[in-house]
Ligand binder design. Structure first.
Ligand code: SF4
Length: 292
């Protein structure tokens, strides 16, 4: 199999076949992100993808789920994604789901008919880094999209039946802005029907622009308590029926559950953390994290 650099994949894809179709990220400007810093974006040749599929067929011919590797493989043209999906079906006829990371801009460049056609070929699950619904923060971190644009494109996915998982980055707004970020992000998701929401907590990685901003005093990190409060505000105000996975390694207080039925249980875990732990204990956990 051909893989370049560290391979990132969502936790839910632990058992999926990981197939590299792009390397790097076509955007690569988010100030907090270190994932593809040394890997210039490139599109893998179809011959290489086919070679990998041939190899997989010889060992895992009954594969049902394929995860396309890369920062945002959904940036590929409809023609190229169609070829890849057809090749996957040719080599792995039992495959039911092809999933990958997508940016909002990747969706915007495809028509609704094209999205429906991709879905019919098995491309039916996307992971989207929403980060926050707070536009001021989205601008500051160079996300390249606004909350309003993201709502519009997620609604288009819903029209076409492509499921998606939105990722919210707790702590990204910085000190004293957690509450507004939580409320704006809940407002964002309340307009939508995401299959699930994943929550990670900001870890400043040396070498990123945001880390440099922290060193210069231009960005002040949220405290651990602020992050727990932010998450609590978010869960309190989230009204759409969905599953929340706030159990990433970056979360000092992991919680998961369905909204609305598990809301009280989740809020209790967060309140217990606020009542029973001190800032230093929670901070020690984050300081140990050097790579995600
Ligand atoms: S967060 Fe996602 S879109 Fe932003 S630079 Fe990293 S991989 Fe690319």
């Amino acid at each position: 199999m051909h893989y370049t650099g560290t391979i990132y994949r969502p936790p839910a894809e632990a058992k999926s076949l990981l197939l590299q179709v792009t390397a790097g990220c076509s955007h690569d400007h988010c100030t907090f992100c270190s994932m593809y810093k040394n890997i210039p974006f490139r599109i893998e040749p179809i011959e290489q993808i086919e070679e990998d599929l041939r190899e997989v067929r010889s060992v895992r011919p009954d594969e049902k789920r394929v995860y396309l590797v890369g920062g945002d493989p959904f940036v590929l043209s409809v023609d190229r994604l169609t070829i890849i999906a057809k090749k996957i079906k040719e080599y792995l006829p039992l495959c039911e789901t092809i999933s990958m990371y997508a940016r909002i801009t990747n969706i915007k460049t495809k028509t609704t008919e094209e999205l429906k056609a991709l879905r019919s070929l098995g491309i039916n699950h996307l992971y989207i880094g929403i980060e926050t619904g707070h536009n001021e923060t989205l601008t500051r971190i160079h996300k390249g999209t606004t909350a309003e644009e993201a709502v519009a494109q997620c609604k288009r996915l819903e029209e076409t039946g492509i499921a998606y998982h939105g990722i919210y980055l707790n702590g990204l707004a910085g000190q004293s802005k957690g509450e507004i970020s939580a409320l704006e992000t809940a407002k964002f998701f309340n307009q939508l029907k995401p299959k699930s929401i994943g929550i990670t907590s900001l870890v400043l990685i040396p070498g990123t622009d945001l880390y440099e901003q922290k060193l210069k005093g231009e960005f002040i990190e949220a405290t651990e308590f602020e992050r727990v409060q932010e998450l609590k505000h978010f869960i309190e105000h989230l009204e759409t029926n969905t599953k929340v996975f706030a159990n990433h390694v970056s979360m000092a207080t992991p919680v998961i559950g369905k909204i609305p039925e598990d809301r009280p249980k989740m809020l209790k875990v967060l309140q217990d953390t606020i009542d029973d732990f001190d800032e230093d204990e929670l901070r020690q956990y984050r300081d140990q994290l050097r790579q995600l």
